[in-house]
Design a binder for this molecule. Structure first.
Ligand code: ADP
Ligand code: ADP
Length: 225
């Protein structure tokens, strides 16, 4: 049983004549409740791997399973639905919609999962309160601090009770103290709700707090700790 897995995963970017092989034949399995850090040099392919695991991009070859479902067996629409329900994404930059308030940003994925506006709003308020933003519900991203924006992004990632959160340097743009707060928030979700966590990070200290650290190096995944 895994919330997220890949087998024989290979990726080569093709741009005209230019081919960039990134990795070849990666295997990874993330168990329910497990936390995994992905480390590696800049350009090693960490973001590429995370995108493929999240079904945001299609591998050159190999298989990705999200909540036990083979992503390549789904239509684009089905893939989007599974992604929205089973996974939450947090990026280095929050990617909140600037014209929408915090509540509206968190409501969107809930509404996309066919919930009513009222249910989506109740859920969004509950989550924003849980991440300590109960006093910022109607603020737009531009009116929030960096840490507050990242916490809103965490709330949004949780909107549909995902089995797994994928983070691409989710604390990379924050000062050390704020980064620690956001990271603790993510670990807390893992402890309390059993949400798996797969996080790309440059921060070895944060990585060391996770169950497993894997390094992407020369196109291969190596267990570090
Ligand atoms: P990391 O996240 O470890 O820094 P990336 O996954 O971003 O690494 O990039 C891995 C390699 O793939 C790099 O050589 C990068 O230039 C290349 N790459 C990433 N995205 C694309 C793309 N959309 N098109 C072509 N090459 C890409
Ligand atoms: P509680 O004390 O109710 O568990 P939390 O502060 O942990 O509260 O979370 C607040 C709300 O957010 C709860 O309703 C909880 O269901 C929801 N929640 C937080 N994280 C997740 C998650 N990973 N999956 C599903 N729901 C979550």
């Amino acid at each position: 049983d895994s919330v997220l897995a890949c087998r024989g995963l290979s990726m080569t970017y093709n741009e005209g004549q230019l081919q960039t092989p990134v990795f070849n034949g990666l295997d990874l399995k993330v168990a329910p409740g497990e936390t995994v850090a992905i480390v590696g040099a800049s350009g090693a392919g960490k973001s590429t791997l995370l995108h493929l695991l999240g079904g945001l991009d299609t591998p050159t070859s190999g298989e990705v399973y999200v909540a036990g479902t083979l992503m390549s067996s789904l239509s684009d629409k089905e893939r989007g639905t599974l992604r929205n329900r089973a996974l939450g994404f947090i990026y280095q930059f929050h990617h909140l919609l600037p014209e929408f308030t915090a509540v509206e940003n968190v409501m969107l994925p809930v509404m996309l999962a066919d919930q009513s506006v009222a249910a989506a709003k109740a859920r969004a308020i509950e989550l924003l309160e849980a991440v300590g933003l109960g006093h910022r519900l109607n603020h737009k991203p531009g009116e929030l601090s960096g840490g507050e924006r990242q916490r809103a992004a965490v709330a949004r990632a949780l909107a549909n009770r995902p089995r797994c959160i994928l983070g691409d340097e989710p604390t990379g743009n924050l000062d050390e103290r704020t980064a620690a707060t956001v990271f603790e928030l993510m670990l807390g979700l893992n402890r309390e709700h059993g949400t798996s966590l797969v996080m790309v990070t440059h921060d070895r200290r944060l990585a060391a707090r996770m169950d497993r650290v894997v390094e992407l190096i020369e196109g291969k995944l190596q267990l570090v700790a």
